[in-house]
Write a new protein. Structure first.
Length: 195
């Protein structure tokens, strides 16, 4: 399934609980990123701007990896799925950036969408059990909260959506802070004990 422009996009509610605000912000970043990468061919996904080697294809694959690493693996405790499970990260740092040029647009779009779907499932399960203050143990053995992880991923998307914005503008002039369409307030899944 190719990424396509959506008729509406999520955003944090003006008045909402912590989970809805954090997840609404993350979902808005995801929607904006998807809009910047939507409906491009292989050549366009391989374009970089200026001295940077960053491409939209590389961004799709990198953010798919970050979704799976942070949410599927670290937060939910599941093994990394393919293709990440087949790569020795100790000898292949940055593999997702370099290998994206070998993937078709459909492969890149599917990889990112599937990683986001797994991440949403992991987040919903953890929030249902303990809310944003729930703790997990990182791969490095440190305790962290879901709150902190969500803030980190919002930052990750904000940085890379800025990169995507510059590349997309250079490709075809697509600019804008938000996708077209109407925003709707995001509502997070309820945690155990929520009213």
């Amino acid at each position: 399934m190719a990424l396509q422009d959506a008729p509406s996009y999520p955003e944090p509610p003006l008045v909402g609980d912590e989970a809805s605000t954090l997840l609404g912000s993350l979902e808005r970043q995801r929607a904006t990123f998807a809009w910047k990468c939507a409906e491009l061919d292989a050549t366009q996904l391989r374009v970089s701007v200026g001295a940077s080697a960053i491409t939209l294809g590389g961004l799709l694959k990198h953010l798919a990896y970050m979704e799976d690493l942070n949410f599927t693996h670290e937060l939910a405790g599941h093994d990394l799925p393919p293709p990440w499970s087949t790569v020795d990260r100790s000898t292949a740092q940055g593999w997702e950036w370099r290998s994206a040029a070998d993937d078709s647009p459909q492969q890149l779009y599917n990889l990112w969408q599937e990683a986001v779907t797994r991440a949403r499932t992991a987040i919903a399960e953890v929030l249902a059990a303990g809310g944003p203050q729930a703790q997990y143990t990182t791969e490095g053995g440190e305790k962290a909260t879901v709150r902190r992880l969500l803030v980190d991923m919002i930052e990750e998307y904000a940085r890379h959506t800025g990169h995507a914005d510059l590349i997309r503008e250079a490709l075809d002039g697509r600019v804008g802070e938000d996708p077209p369409g109407r925003p709707f307030p995001y509502q997070a899944p309820r945690s155990a004990g929520s009213p």
